[in-house]
Design a protein around this ligand. Sequence first.
Ligand code: 5GP
Length: 345
Amino acid sequence: MHIESDIKLGFKDVLFRPKRSTLKSRSEVDIRRTFKFHHAKTEWTGVPVIAANMDTVGTFEMAEEFLKHEMLVAIHKHYSVEQWQQWLATQPEAIYNHIMVSTGTSEYEFDKLCTLLNAEPRLRFICIDVANGYQQAFVEFVAKVRATFPQHVIMAGNVVTGEMVEELILNGADIVKVGIGPGSVCTTRVKTGVGYPQLSAVIECADAAHGMGGQIVSDGGCSCAGDVSKAFGGGADFVMIGGMFAGHDESGGERVEIDGKTMVKFYGMSSDTAMNKHNGGVAKYRASEGKTVLLPYRGPVEETILDVLGGVRSTCTYVGAAKLKELTKRTTFIRVQEQENRIFG
Ligand code: 5GP
């Protein structure tokens, strides 16, 4: 047994130290980034915030809205190829730069991925998502997808340590998905005791990925716009968000009236709810590692998007970063034992 005693930090453990700056307004900040992908060898420019591939977040409707803000949506894997084709037929060319096709690692899912990408060759992003990215079979799957789609941008995860980031990049990932346990409807840490505070995971994994010319996405754990900025400040190239984008018109999902209030069901993708819906129940050998919650219905997602992007722009002005690209360099985190004043809730 071994104990690592360095302190590992979550978003709640730090704040940005403000820095003298010549920026006059947050409207001067450019939050778009351009990335060149290590394996795909292509470039992408946009706002590097991604809606999670959860079935009540990563929807086609969300993608239509995100396109307006040049952001990305990892479309969940439960749409059929026919649904994809029908929807794509109604979309502008630009949509292909702002959507990712999600897949698991089963043979069925690989065949479906091949069918879809061969039918729609303009789709350029693939998101390979498993709860535990440490398994050899997962690494082999990433290598197989890379061999089959040499020019597609592959995002794969989830992992939380530098050596596994390197392993995934060596095996074909362009972007590594980082996060085990921080999600708003995730119960992995409770069920298994496994996890890694998200900000430290981001800092360590970004360092490993950047050393190899790859990128990372910080996946999960953002509960406010400030957390999104902290993920970028820690070195994340992209930030993936689930819960903050749930409960809106574009999220879909079942609605219920409770005491005259409209609530929306939101659940983890390995919760009982998701497994009953998509897989015919929870397999006996595994515990569900996600919960189901009811969120107040929040109307159109646009306001939430503006809130998140406005927050990130504002962080940049506080530390004097004219571009999001400069944020990490301009970041000094201070460790804190308090966040916001909760006197009024
Ligand atoms: P959030 O932004 O809601 O904090 O986190 C979203 C992320 O939580 C997703 O992108 C995904 O990585 C993770 N997640 C979604 N569903 C589940 C689940 O059922 N179990 C676990 N362990 N993680 C989940």
